[in-house]
Design a protein around this ligand. Structure first.
Ligand code: UDX
Length: 427
């Protein structure tokens, strides 16, 4: 099928490349010229394992352009995969979605299906369809909701081998066309009305966020009561009704979805007078959890002035260069305010971090360099290279081996054997 994708971020680009992988011919549109130039040289502007390889493999089926007028012509299906960032009041900013809808209405030259892949508040697909119909009455445009469930770092795998594809449509014909788009993926397709499909996305993300906040609260209580969260979650996870995923305690969730989607659904629930109190609690718990280790360190040391602090991990999770709502962004300013000297290392996130903090931190080229002569070490992201470290590295390099681990990377008893003061979460 001939497909256009508006937006070349994590969702738009990965989906476009995976659609090409399954035989579709895809035109990617983005207003950012620099990004399009990068893509045209077959380089991915985002760090996502496996993505660049697929871009190269299917280069003959994918075009990248800033020219939306020509991009939306002669297309059977046009996906909207642009961002819906958080507004000050917590609601989702839909400006990009409607800006793209306007461009589509102005450019198409045949009937088409518009698929909203961006995460949008329930009822938005209805509004997009009315808007398109107001602007263009010449062609038939059906709007279909098709939320994405890809996680950064595993986005290609999640898209090609996802557990379900959700399609929300208001008429059979549009539903059928979308089913044809996804048939080659061989993934179970779940059909429903548009509002339900929009809700599946929020309800899923918020449930996972809630699961994490719940586990983090239990972890905090474990600390007070002498229980060990690793054993506790192992025991919980073996109950198939609970499941063993997303039970990893730590310094809270970040990223482009959970923080924004919890706030957006909570906002929507409040304005509809059915406040989601559980989601509100998950948000509050997460905010506190992010700075939990900083608070512990402050209590331990009194102040952190002139302390040499090693920071391992800056991104919101491993295998991504994304910093959105990463706990490092909460902790670094607090540590700087304390007058600490920060030495950071992250395998791929340092360039992005440098754009926010160009001179305030010393950026190191290895774990060893960051740890050298440090008074304290904070771990904010559980990159595999950190997990695999031999604990002796902390004793051989640091001035005093004190490690605050926000991602429970190591076995506390092993750390103790090495003479390391080890503070983790819930153990
Ligand atoms: C998430 C959803 O998983 C995905 O389906 C959706 O489409 C987008 O949002 P993503 O934000 O990329 O994906 O990452 P995810 O792996 O879900 O992790 C989100 C955050 O939760 C990270 O900060 C991670 O460290 C944290 N997390 C995750 C935990 O603290 N504990 C866990 O057990 C799992």
């Amino acid at each position: 099928m001939k497909i256009a994708m508006a937006g070349t971020g994590y969702v738009g680009l990965v989906t476009a490349v995976c659609l090409a992988h399954h035989g579709h011919v895809v035109t990617c549109v983005d207003t950012n010229e620099e990004k399009i130039n990068t893509l045209n040289s077959l380089v991915s502007p985002i760090y996502e394992p496996g993505l660049e390889e697929l871009m190269k493999q299917h280069q003959n089926q994918i075009t990248y352009t800033t020219d939306y007028t020509s991009a939306y012509k002669n297309k059977d299906v046009i996906f909207i995969g642009v961002g819906t960032p958080e507004k000050k009041d917590g609601s989702a900013n839909l400006d990009y979605v409607f800006a793209v809808a306007k461009q589509i209405a102005e450019s198409i030259d045949q009937d088409c299906i518009v698929v909203v892949k961006s995460t949008v508040p329930i009822g938005t697909n209805d509004k997009v369809e009315s808007y398109l119909k107001t602007l263009n009455s010449k062609y038939r445009i059906d709007v279909v909701s098709n939320p994405e469930f890809l996680a950064q770092g595993t986005a290609v795998r999640d898209t090609l081998h996802g557990e379900r594809i959700v399609i929300g449509a208001e008429n059979e014909q549009a539903m059928e066309i979308l089913k044809q788009v996804y048939l080659p993926f061989g993934i179970p397709i779940l059909t429903m009305n548009r509002r339900s499909a929009e809700m599946v996305k929020y309800a899923s993300n918020d449930f996972l966020a809630l699961k994490i906040s719940y586990v983090n609260e239990i972890a905090n209580l474990c600390e007070s009561l002498g229980a060990n969260i690793t054993d506790v979650t192992k025991g919980m996870g073996m109950d198939s009704r609970i499941g063993n995923k997303f039970l990893q305690a730590g310094i809270g969730y970040g990223g482009s979805c959970f923080p924004k989607d919890t706030k957006a659904l909570h906002w929507l629930s409040v304005i509809n007078d059915v406040e989601l109190k559980t989601v509100k609690a998950a948000i509050e718990v997460n905010e506190r959890q992010k700075i939990k280790l900083y608070e512990k360190a402050l209590k331990q040391f009194g102040d952190l002035k002139q302390k040499k602090i090693a920071i391992l991990g800056l991104t919101f999770k491993p295998n991504t260069d994304d910093l959105r709502d990463a706990p490092s962004l909460d902790n670094v300013p607090l540590l700087l305010d304390q007058g600490a000297n920060l030495y950071a290392y992250d395998p791929v996130g340092m360039n992005n971090f440098k754009q926010k903090f160009p001179t305030e931190l010393t950026y190191c080229s290895s774990v060893e360099e960051a740890l050298q002569d440090a008074d304290v070490c904070f771990i904010f992201t559980e990159w595999e290279v950190f997990r695999k470290l031999d604990p002796s590295i902390f004793t051989s390099t640091m001035k005093s081996p004190i490690v605050y681990d926000g991602r429970n990377c190591y076995d506390p008893s092993v750390m103790k054997q090495h003479g390391i003061t080890y503070i983790s979460i819930g153990r």
